[in-house]
Ligand binder design. Structure first.
Ligand code: NDP
Ligand code: 8X3
Length: 252
């Protein structure tokens, strides 16, 4: 029986790389994000590796849409949904706390924290019914250490860090494992989104050192999902070799 993995934010970066890695592991894939055209292209790319890919446009901030999306999945998919990767998220802007835009704050809190809660609450009953499952939350080094002008983004990731621990406790009786991965600087579309399409500002973030790439995080997911059932990876902090903390880099 095919096992299914539900990956949020699969239209780029970590999510797309994780989809590719899990296709190789034989998972059926449930891939969501807001940009459906990206998901259509990804499905075509992965078709040879996984014939079983379900895609859908989904904004994780929309609770009703999240519930409806999970509800409409075929019964055999719901019965075999064994992995959830809560990856969708973003940083919007980088500004001192008194100068941040309320709309940026809301977007980050609603996607990174509240959206993760909506998706988890929709999926967990399916795992509980089988007393088996694995949830991987993508947090960040920003959730371990705040950095200047990172304020609200850091706070959302710190919240998810704590939430991961709480979820693990609440889901222990049901055999559901909960992991987190906290990456440092990785070159994806993350900075382009943070700086609202300013390519110069985005590329400057990664100048002078070799950042992580999306496959580095997909490799970590692959490691977690291939552990035997008695092993639970609680938290992986993965940094570029040139990054020693949220703010300390060794640059050329
Ligand atoms: P990308 O910008 O490349 O990918 C982000 C993904 O999240 C996209 O697929 C985007 O899809 C999706 N997304 C954003 N908002 C929403 C939403 N409201 N509803 C549904 N999907 C949404 O960045 P990364 O791959 O780097 O980021 C993935 C995760 O990793 C994020 O949670 C990020 O905070 C975290 N992270 C990133 C690091 C980095 O340095 N790159 C380091 C540590 C953590 P779409 O726009 O199509 O909806
Ligand atoms: C993304 C990494 O350090 O830019 O979470 O916040 S950082």
């Amino acid at each position: 029986m095919v096992k299914y993995a539900f990956i949020t934010g699969a239209s780029s970066g970590f999510g797309a790389a994780i989809a590719s890695s899990l296709a190789k592991e034989g998972y059926g894939l449930i891939l969501t994000a807001r940009r459906l055209d990206r998901l259509v292209a990804l499905k075509e790319t992965l078709a040879e590796e996984s014939p079983d890919i379900i895609i859908g446009a989904l904004d994780v901030r929309d609770c009703l849409a999240v519930d409806a999306w999970v509800e409409q999945l075929d019964d055999h998919v719901k019965a075999n949904l064994s992995l959830l990767v809560n990856n969708a998220g973003l940083a919007a802007g980088r500004a001192p706390i008194d100068q941040g835009l309320v709309s940026d704050w809301e977007q980050m809190i609603d996607a990174n924290l509240t959206g993760l809660l909506y998706v988890s609450q929709a999926v967990i009953p399916l795992m509980k019914a089988r007393e088996e499952g694995l949830i991987i939350n993508i947090t960040s080094i920003a959730g371990k250490e705040a950095y200047p002008q990172g304020n609200v983004y850091c706070a959302t990731k710190a919240a998810v860090d704590q939430l991961t621990k709480g979820m693990r406790m609440d889901l222990l009786p049901f055999g559901i494992r909960v992991s987190s991965i906290a990456p440092g600087a990785a070159e994806t579309e993350f900075s382009l989104v943070r700086f609202k399409g300013d390519e110069d500002q985005a590329s400057a973030v990664y100048q002078g050192f070799t950042p992580l790439d999306a496959k580095d995080i997909a490799d970590a997911v692959q490691f977690i999902v291939t552990r035997p059932p008695h092993v639970s990876i609680h938290d992986l902090v993965i940094m570029p070799s040139a990054q020693a903390s949220a703010t300390l880099f060794r640059k050329d």
